[in-house]
Design a protein around this ligand. Sequence first.
Ligand SMILES: [Zn+2]
Length: 409
Amino acid sequence: MEKNQIIKQFIYSLTIILLSVANVYAQKNNDNKKQNYLKYYSNSYDSARIKFIETSQILKKKYPASKMFQIKVPSKTDNNLFVDILYLPSLKEKNKLFILSSGVHGIEGHVGSAIQQMFIDRFICDSLLEETGVLLIHSVNPYGYKYDRRFSENNVDINRNSSIVDTLYNIVNEGYPKVNDFINPTKKVNTRSLGNIFFAPKAIMKILKASMPVLRQAILQGQYQYPDGLYYGGNKLEPQTASLIPILTSVCEPYKTVFEIDLHTGYGERGKLHFFPNPVDSVTQKKIETIFKEERIDWGDSDGFYTVTGDFVGFIWQINKNKTFIPMAFEYGTLNTQKTSGSLKSIHIMILENEGYHYGYKKERDRIKVKNDILEMYYPSSEEWRIKIMKKTEDVYKKILPIYFNNDF
Ligand SMILES: [Zn+2]
């Protein structure tokens, strides 16, 4: 080999080595960046709860006026179900309160808890707390969170059950009886039955008869007549929500303005954060639009819109009816429910999970499939999805929180 050639080969080999070292470094850097967001997610209710309590204790040392509350949720099967609450009072004037709640729909707490952890880690500081108090409500429905259900142990959807007025439970959802047989089968789940294999065409026949918006509203608005059915709102306030009333009343009392965000998953376009409040009066709507001025809010003009009765945000509003109240729900999309196919897939998964909870599964493989589907619907395993929604939320907080702190409402 000639001398020149040897030098060339040496330079070539050196370049390759340097490139691969740079590649490994970049990969590591990338992994670290991913980890910066993924670290907020936990694998289970129990580990998320420990994380929340540990973080709360650290903050309590830093801000001694803070308070921690625990609400034990009565259960026939589990002695370790709690709603955990951290209240950080504002350091100076008590003008504004910011509430962030998670896990109203149990299983959605996987994501909600992670978002709360990120908020604590990246946003809680002296300047934020100067004139603003912060209230974090962790896992409003711990049974559903722990056992991967949307509903409580009593089969109650807390987002259809929450009200300080009992008349809620007398509401009659006129459309529900027409869909009851279809959405609440009473056999053991068999995912390979003809009815399940041909679920989509069967559902489309129903849609053709009644129209999609009518069906969506009938199914999703909430109902108070079928205790084993989907979206059952109960016949009285769930015990943990009842226990929240005195805590919320005393925490909110000194503040003039209260802004609440309730965290949800499963509705909307996959990987997108939807701003999805229940309808409000025009004055409140203006306030929401001021805070979320850079975002598109679902004011009932989107294809997938529906309204609900007994929602959790509305319940906190009832407690603060003499104050300025700004209600908001965040929805992180997973299944593209804005499309008919995504919407059908979502309701099919809900039907099977509820059927399995009440009547069991024909085979173990049916149980595993439904468990896997419901988790993917509310807590996608994709790291890309988890990082994307976390980054988006951080970005939104950076915009909305200063507007909230710096304006009078
Ligand atoms: Zn939800």
